[in-house]
Write a protein that binds this ligand. Sequence first.
Ligand SMILES: Cc1cc2nc3c(=O)[nH]c(=O)nc-3n(C[C@H](O)[C@H](O)[C@H](O)COP(=O)(O)O)c2cc1C
Length: 199
Amino acid sequence: MKISIISGSHRVNSQSKRISNLFLSNLSNIDEKLDTFILDLADASLPLWSPEKKDGKGVWGDTWSSISNSLNTSDGFILVVPEYGGMATPAAKNIFLLCGNGEFAHKPGLIVSISSGNGGAYPISELRSSSYKNTHIMWIPENIIIRNVEEFNPGAHGKNIPEWLDNRIDYVLKLLLTYASNMKPIREIVNRKDFGNGM
Ligand SMILES: Cc1cc2nc3c(=O)[nH]c(=O)nc-3n(C[C@H](O)[C@H](O)[C@H](O)COP(=O)(O)O)c2cc1C
């Protein structure tokens, strides 16, 4: 089984990337055989979707094919998304336009939102309402919000990180893995040829 983690910030060396790496090690602790892939949208620096994407030239050639293939072969996703201006980041929204080839389709996704302060709810609300229509990603009913993210350092959390958060993360990651393995049969009846986009 394979889980991909997408770091949704367009800042290099972002908190989202740091949290993505921490979640990767949490996943490996739960299942050391798990196959994983991290896509840092800052490092990848993918342009906004454009009609030229279908020509497969430039970045839409090998670079995108390799990313698309890594996502396509995943059974579940974690999207780490910071709150910017009370919104999900543009990079996080863009990836849902770029993944038009069923990469996310009928696979479980966990939203992990982060904030340097007390925010973090808005990206969850936004993504739950607008990202699934054509991608057919299935956000699981749990999500994680890491507030005061700079203080989130497992083993040495700052005083603003609640003591229950590590247990909750562990629980939600196990849920995600269970959804991922149990949702595989659903994909056998998916008809993307006739119903590729949602209504
Ligand atoms: C342009 C910008 C807008 C931001 N807007 C918000 C916001 O609306 N709510 C919030 O809680 N934090 C906001 N922040 C703080 C981010 O949550 C914080 O910097 C976070 O660590 C950014 O994640 P990143 O390092 O992964 O990019 C904003 C930060 C930036 C740079």
